[in-house]
Design a protein around this ligand. Structure first.
Ligand SMILES: NC(=O)c1ccc[n+]([C@@H]2O[C@H](COP(=O)([O-])OP(=O)(O)OC[C@H]3O[C@@H](n4cnc5c(N)ncnc54)[C@H](OP(=O)(O)O)[C@@H]3O)[C@@H](O)[C@H]2O)c1
Length: 326
């Protein structure tokens, strides 16, 4: 397979695999103490993992201002250093947070906040432009989002961003952003267990890239099976939108059973389970760009190693649908 893909109608070329930088933000929480991060991380290991990804040909990194309440952007900016010019950086705005207490305090869908958030992200990332700026408020009011789309067009004219997207699972909302000239992608949930046919169809109709969040089902498709997760890890106390994990006990047995059923087809041709899950996404559509999370050099190597193995075949794709009864 080509190891690069085009980021929608922008024509920007990226590695077919991006690296998701949520986990490397470390611990942060909601005002009620709900963990929003993935527990403790070692920043030096995160930096080494980004360097390894760069060496293995990864040129696309996805973060958000709110991950670790600014920490993920700072670590990514530090890791990229002078190599910033060689990569495509995506970040997000819309959540309001306190960097001192590492707490998300709410959301803000105003145009004035978008500009303040962009200025702060540029500073934390140590860059003069964002390649892809994404609205992080997945359920924002579409009329309000249309105003934010126009604000993003202003940011493009000012040279502060190159393109923009909405991170949402709702194709109707994604279509509101798609009406903007420099909208080039939608970021949405999709993995081999959770298909998103409506969103893939929209991407094909409107020439957007489909940026795939949670491509490894938050670790389950990388083989995570253990029971209790450490406090401070969002998966230990899953909010309503987080599927596949049960409160305090770890993975949902029904999800694990479906993963077991898919194991042979996903690990065929010498792939690890995680590599097979990424291969399914590439086979699903030529527009997909999975962005698996990572927190170590070993995970970075395994995930980047999927690029050389390419997509599943059409026959394997059909096998997956048959096994899952789709
Ligand atoms: N609303 C939004 O916009 C939104 C929401 C969610 C995610 N995202 C983006 O999408 C990215 C990816 O999604 P995600 O973080 O939800 O989950 P994911 O990519 O499905 O799972 C990532 C997790 O799986 C484990 N893992 C990764 N590679 C592995 C490997 N090779 N072997 C074993 N374990 C491995 C790691 O956690 P452990 O080591 O702890 O198991 C890692 O943090 C995020 O980083 C973020 O950039 C965006």
């Amino acid at each position: 397979m080509e190891t690069t893909r085009t980021l929608g109608r922008s024509g920007i070329e990226v590695s077919a695999l991006g690296f998701g930088c949520w986990a490397i933000g470390g611990e942060w929480q909601d005002t009620d103490g709900q963990p929003l991060g993935w527990g403790k991380v070692d920043d030096e290991e995160s930096v080494r993992a980004v360097h390894r990804a760069l060496d293995l040909g990864v040129t696309f990194f996805d973060t958000a201002d709110t991950y670790g309440a600014g920490h993920s952007e700072r670590v990514l900016g530090r890791a990229l250093g002078k190599r910033r010019a060689d990569v495509v950086v995506a970040t997000k705005w819309g959540n309001v947070f306190d960097e001192e207490t590492r707490t998300r305090t709410g959301g803000d869908d105003s145009p004035a906040y978008a500009r303040r958030a962009l200025t702060a992200s540029l500073k934390r990332l140590g860059t003069d432009h964002i390649d892809l700026y994404q609205l992080h408020l997945s359920d924002a009011d579409p009329a309000r989002a249309a105003e934010l789309r126009d604000v993003c067009e202003e940011f493009v004219r000012e040279g502060l961003i190159r393109a923009y997207a909405w991170s949402t699972d709702d194709p109707d909302r994604a279509a509101v952003f798609a009406a903007g000239e420099h909208c080039t992608a939608v970021q949405h949930a999709i993995n081999v267990l959770q298909d998103a046919p409506g969103m893939i169809a929209l991407c094909e109709e409107t020439d957007l890239a489909s940026i795939n969040r949670s491509p490894l089902a938050m670790g389950l498709l990388a083989g995570k099976r253990q029971g209790a997760l450490p406090a401070g890890d969002i998966r230990s106390r899953p909010p309503a939108w987080l599927q596949g994990f049960e409160d305090g006990t770890g993975a949902d047995p029904e999800w694990l059973a479906r993963i077991d059923a898919l194991k042979d087809v996903l690990t065929s041709d010498g792939r690890t389970l995680a590599q097979g899950a990424l291969a399914w996404l590439w086979a699903r559509s030529p527009r997909t760009i999975p962005i698996p999370g990572f927190r170590s050099v070993a995970q970075a190597e395994q995930n980047a190693g999927a690029l050389a193995k390419g997509p599943l075949t059409a026959e394997q794709l059909a096998d997956v649908d048959r096994i899952l009864g789709r």
